[in-house]
Design a protein around this ligand. Structure first.
Ligand SMILES: N[C@@H](CCC(=O)N[C@@H](CS)C(=O)NCC(=O)O)C(=O)O
Length: 213
């Protein structure tokens, strides 16, 4: 199994965590959308990360890849069986992918990618505005993160996606305000204690340090 991408991306990390939660083995192949090679492009026709290969089967997009993984390797399930829980898991994945990540993206771009990777100056005003805009999705998550996991008793793709975005923001120096968001902070603490998460972070740390970041 191969995962193409760079685990600084919350979308790539989602797949790495899902693989580790399922106790599967995958090689993470560092792949750069700005300098794609043929093997990566064969799995990701639009050059986006993550991409994935399992034998002859290749696919891109974190949601599509995790859908495949959960169907092919069902234990432990990341998409619950009960209709309500399954839909809520996908909802939280969407909150992460389409609200939290894009809202926080100017922080990542202007406080990490531009100054650390691209060697250009970040737009601090844009980062500051994004930090303020994060209050709305964080307040929402605070109001619902009252159980063990976001959907309740089951750890799901929704937990993976939201936690993955929080971790990427951490690369910029941004920190979750524990006093303002105690439920989210306690939930994130529980995610970080999971063996699958810890294994994914260990893989990530190796890749980031090999890249000199
Ligand atoms: N919906 C996609 C989003 C993937 C995505 O936007 N990845 C970004 C990195 S975080 C990317 O590849 N950007 C480069 C590009 O769009 O060329 C997923 O869930 O995998």
């Amino acid at each position: 199994m191969k995962i193409y991408g760079f685990p600084l991306s919350p979308f790539v990390r989602k797949v790495v965590v899902a693989v580790k939660e399922k106790r599967l083995d995958a090689e993470v192949v560092p792949s750069n959308p700005s300098d794609p090679d043929a093997e990566f492009l064969a799995a990701s026709p639009f050059g986006k990360i993550p991409a994935f290969r399992d034998g002859d089967f290749a696919l891109a997009d974190s949601t599509a890849i995790i859908t495949y993984l959960d169907a092919k390797y069902p234990e432990p399930a990341l998409l619950p069986a009960a209709p309500e829980a399954r839909a809520r898991a996908v909802w939280f994945e969407e909150v992460a992918d389409t609200v939290l990540t894009p809202t926080g993206a100017p922080i990542v771009l202007n406080r990490f990618l531009r100054p650390r990777l691209f060697g250009t100056e970040g737009d601090e005003a844009a980062a500051q505005a994004a930090e303020e805009a994060l209050a709305k999705p964080l307040a929402y998550l605070e109001s619902v993160a009252t159980g063990e996991w976001l959907v309740g008793a089951e750890f799901t793709v929704g937990d993976i996606a939201v936690a993955s975005t929080v971790r990427t923001l951490g690369y910029t120096g941004w920190r979750l305000d524990d006093a303002a968001y105690p439920n989210v902070a306690a939930w994130f603490g529980r995610v970080q204690q999971r063996e699958g998460w810890k294994a994914a972070v260990a893989t990530e740390d190796r890749i980031i340090s090999a890249a000199g970041l």
